[in-house]
Design a protein around this ligand. Structure first.
Ligand code: LLP
Length: 428
């Protein structure tokens, strides 16, 4: 198993030095628990791996993975930039203390009022389409503005087809073959294009597609440089680095990976005589994925046609298993290393048959009242949660060296009803 499972002297699962059972008793379940030290370690490991080979290197945390303000503050302190995909993410990042110069806005199907907002915020805009480019040019204050353009390098990969963002089926970016023309158009419209960007997909543990994408994007950047005379301040390869979710998956050897990727990048810089642009990546999952667990309590053991362990979280709390069929490892928090004795379906509390965390999962003996820890729940966990079935969203805790802080309070029933208005004629 290539992910960390720490236990304390009682044999209980320990998260950032805190006892999972004590946390669940005190703060109730379902509960997201985030380990601060792990966030910092992930950031530094990845940054070091790349920057040791090319010092003009920057990371833009893809905050869609987890926008908790405490998480954002930690990454701001670490020196990260932000990949923001919506005005709401720009707003959150600014509030978290990121200078606009550290934020890259990569929206898709962006409407004019959103463009107005991001331009007024002073963040760098990464343009996704010709339509967006033209509409952006009509806004006041955009003449001479520095922009970047997202290109689909015709390479895609991802842990699920929904998470492949490059290649012929993808809605993102402009086409490879139109890149030179689009950069020329950007210049004609009065922009100063200084960046090029691609993001091929998410949850990728195989280095090969990344290498292909780097080659492809660099060839495109080279052509744009030579034929449109663009001098690049930065070249951004997006995010997508996967983490192991199943016990069989292996971590990507990040040092070897970075060495290969930077090697290719530098080769192409030389080939096209590109002058020392900043190399950027936009990791989300790699930074935050393995920092968090979702604690949920078993309330029902049911032997029906199959054996179910029913828990107090559902796809409203963690959508990934239902949405993508994603595997999340589940352990019993007071015996995380116990050997399996049976196979169970782990079912949530949402009224839909698809609300399952696992089918036929090998598990040790389990009783009602046991606490489950769903591992690697930090990325796209809380951010994809909902109030479906009128369930308040869970709390989020931040743990640092055993000390716990509530960084998002559990919602109440009243939170389910905010923003609603009942017309006077319908009042009772
Ligand atoms: N940059 C851009 C432009 C992106 O669209 C994304 C993710 C990233 C960076 C970060 O990708 P990462 O390093 O986290 O793989 N909800 C899905 C993942 C969707 C990712 C969308 N874009 C999941 O739960 O697996």
């Amino acid at each position: 198993m290539d992910f960390d499972l720490k236990t304390n002297e009682k044999g209980n699962l320990s998260i950032g030095g805190a006892d999972a059972l004590e946390l669940a008793d005190k703060y109730k379940t379902p509960l997201y628990v985030i380990d601060e030290t792990r966030i910092r370690e992930n950031y530094r490991r990845l940054h070091e791996a790349f920057s040791q080979h090319y010092d003009n290197f920057k990371m833009y945390y893809a905050c869609k993975a987890n926008t908790n303000l405490a998480v954002m503050r930690i990454l701001e302190e670490e020196g990260s930039g932000i990949d923001a995909v919506s005005p709401g993410e720009v707003y959150t990042s600014l509030l978290a203390g990121f200078d606009p110069s550290r934020i890259l806005f990569t929206g898709n199907n962006v409407k004019n009022e959103e463009l107005e907002y991001v331009v007024a915020s002073g963040v760098t805009v990464n343009v996704d389409s010709i339509s967006q480019l033209k509409r952006l040019s009509k806004l006041p204050g955009t003449n001479g503005m520095k922009i970047s353009i997202r290109v689909n390098p015709n390479v895609g990969a991802g842990h699920h087809e929904h998470c492949i963002t490059g290649g012929p089926l993808s809605k993102f970016g402009i086409m490879e073959e139109e890149a030179v023309e689009v950069y020329k158009l950007a210049q004609e419209l009065g922009f100063k294009p200084v960046g090029i960007h691609s993001h091929i997909g998410s949850g990728i543990l195989d280095p090969e597609p990344f290498k292909l994408a780097v080659e492809s994007l660099m060839d495109i950047a080279g052509a744009v440089h030579q034929d449109a005379g663009v001098e690049f301040d930065f070249i951004d390869f997006g995010g997508g680095i996967g983490i192991p979710y199943t016990p069989e998956e292996k971590k990507l050897d990040i040092n070897l990976f970075a060495e290969k990727i930077v090697g290719l990048f530098k080769e192409k810089l030389g080939e096209y005589k590109l002058r020392n642009p900043t190399m950027c990546i936009e990791p989300g999952r790699y930074i935050i994925g393995d920092t968090s667990v979702l604690l949920t309590r078993v309330n029902t053991i049911k032997q029906s046609y199959r054996k179910f362990a029913g828990v107090d979280a559902g796809f409203n709390t963690l959508l990934r298993p239902t949405m993508y069929g994603s595997y999340h490892h589940v352990v019993v928090a007071d015996k995380p290393n116990a050997e399996p004795t049976q196979k169970l379906d782990i079912a949530g509390d949402v009224c839909e048959s698809g609300d399952l965390f696992a089918r036929d999962r090998p598990m040790p003996d389990v009783e009602e009242g046991d606490l489950f820890a769903i591992l690697n729940a930090g990325a796209y966990g809380f951010t994809m949660s909902s109030q479906y079935n009128s369930r308040p969203k869970p709390a989020e805790l931040l743990v640092k060296n055993g000390k716990t802080e509530v960084v998002r309070e559990r919602e109440t029933f009243a939170d389910l009803l905010t923003k609603q208005n009942v017309p006077v004629r319908l009042l009772k």
